[in-house]
Design a protein around this ligand. Structure first.
Ligand SMILES: [Mg+2]
Length: 212
């Protein structure tokens, strides 16, 4: 089960303090692209390009490791200009090890950031690479999440239960604003899908009453 647990679970790639990552002794970061940096299949954005410029300024190397095609990643990488491996066949180990080799670092000096437990986290753990799981990005029109995401949700619930009090050295890499957000009280409708359904019904009921 530990192989399916990330080192830390954060809100987003923007919740990571990359200067702290560098201070901790990491020299490089391997990024997944789809649903991690942009919703699946989307092109890069100014925000993503700027993020990579910042990471490079901090002095960290980067590499894009994706199961997607060469064409898609080459296009995505046109402004970022970093190393990349397409068709990575994650979670299988060979391309994770190739990435470390291309970056010219030890596996203890590299961090992986991705959105999927069964590809990114599992592959990194199999190779002994510290990893950050981020909440997946999706298109606004994607209302339903797939079966794999449902299983991931269950694993994350177990992870939260078991690891709540665990302190990983990566727990300190959260940017201040995101730490505050974490502590912010959740809305009633955000606690559980059932509560969301109740909130929606309450809204509909209120509209009916207002219309009377
Ligand atoms: Mg992904």
């Amino acid at each position: 089960m530990n192989l399916l647990f990330p080192s830390v679970y954060l809100d987003s790639v923007y919740a990571i303090d990359y200067e702290k990552v560098k201070e901790l002794g990491y020299k490089a970061i391997i990024f997944d692209i789809d649903s991690t940096l942009v919703p699946h299949g989307d092109d890069t954005t100014d925000q993503v390009d700027e993020l990579f410029a910042h990471i490079h300024d901090v002095g960290l190397k980067t590499l894009l490791l994706s199961n997607n095609s060469d064409e898609r990643i080459a296009l995505f990488n046109r402004n970022i200009q970093t190393l990349y491996i397409p068709m990575a066949n994650k979670p299988h180990k060979p391309n994770f090890l190739k990435a470390i080799d291309m970056l010219g670092v030890n596996r203890s000096e590299v961090l992986l950031v991705g959105d999927q437990i069964f590809t990114d986290v599992l592959g990194a753990n199999l190779c002994g690479i510290d990893n950050v799981l981020v909440k997946f990005l999706k298109h606004k029109e994607d209302i339903n999440i797939g079966k794999k995401r449902q299983v991931e949700k269950l694993i994350l619930q177990v992870y939260t239960l078991l690891y709540k009090k665990r302190k990983h050295r990566l727990s300190d890499i959260v940017v201040g604003d995101y730490r505050k957000m974490d502590k912010k009280k959740k809305l009633f409708c955000e606690i559980h899908p059932a509560f969301y359904a109740i909130s929606v019904r309450k809204g509909i009921l209120k509209r009916h009453v207002d219309n009377l």
